[in-house]
Design a protein around this ligand. Sequence first.
Ligand SMILES: [Zn+2]
Length: 287
Amino acid sequence: MPELPEVENIVQGLREHVVGRKIANIIIHKPLIIKGPYRLRRQQAIDTLQSKTVTAVIRRAKRLIITTDCPLSIIVQLGMTGKFLISPPNAPLAPHTHAVIKFLDNRELRFIDPRRFGRICFIENLDPENPDPAMIAAGFGKLGPDALDCTLPEFLQMLDSKRVIKTLLLDQTRIAGLGNIYVDEALHQANIHPASIACYLSKKKAEKLLTCINNILHSAIKHGGTTFSDYRNAYGELGRFKQFLKVYQRTDQPCRKCSTSIERVKIAGRSSHYCPKCQKLKPKSKV
Ligand SMILES: [Zn+2]
C-alpha cells in the first residue's frame, strides 16, 4: 500500500506533467471508484472541469489532490494498488484502467487500480494551503498532522497515551501518512520496541523517534519510495528504497546493526518487524 513517500513521488511526477495543462475531458470506466458528493452526479463534475486548467498537484498525508482554476478539485486515494500513468494518446489501455483525464494537448493521465480500493472524489472550494476543511465537508476522515510536518510539541502530545506506539503511529487521525513499512523502519532506527506503551517513552527518546521518522521518509522519497508489488511512480518506474529497509519483511534475516535475527509479531492485527536485541521491550519504565 502506498505510504507518504510513494504518494509524494507520484505527486512530484504528476506536477511536472499536468500543472498548467487544460482538461479536455474525463472518462470514467468504472463508476464505482467515484465517491463523495459527486458520486451520483459525476457527469456534472466532469462538465464543470472541461476546459479548466490544472493549477497544482499536492499531497495531504496519503491523499493526492489535483486543483484547477475552478472551484472543483480532484482528490485521489490510491488504496492498495492504485497508480497513475502519463500516456500518449491512443496508447492501448492497460487492464484495470478505471479513469482517464484527457488533456487538450492529447496527453492522458490514467488511473489504474487492479484491487479497486482506490477512490476518486470531486470536491468543492478546497484551499490548497489548508485542504482539510473541504475534505471533511466532503465526508473524508479527519487527519492528524502530516508526518513530515509534525512538530515536536505535537508529537509529544500525541505520545501522551497508554496506547502501543506502533498502533498510535499507524492512526491517521493522530499522525498522517505513515503505514506499516515506515513505522517499522523508524522504530528500529530509534531502537524502540513496537509494543512499547507510548507514554513510557522519555522525551529524549520521543525526539529521537520523530527525527528517525523524518530521516526515513526523506530518504525513501529521495529513492523513489518502496515497491513490493504494485507501486509505480507516474513514469511507471519502481521505487528503489526496498534495498535500504532494515527490518520490514526481513523476518529471520540478520539485523543490519547487530546481526540478531529479525522477528515478526502481530500488534493490533498488523505484522511488526523488529530486532529483539536493538529494540528491547521495557514496558513499565521510561525507555
Ligand atoms: Zn539489532
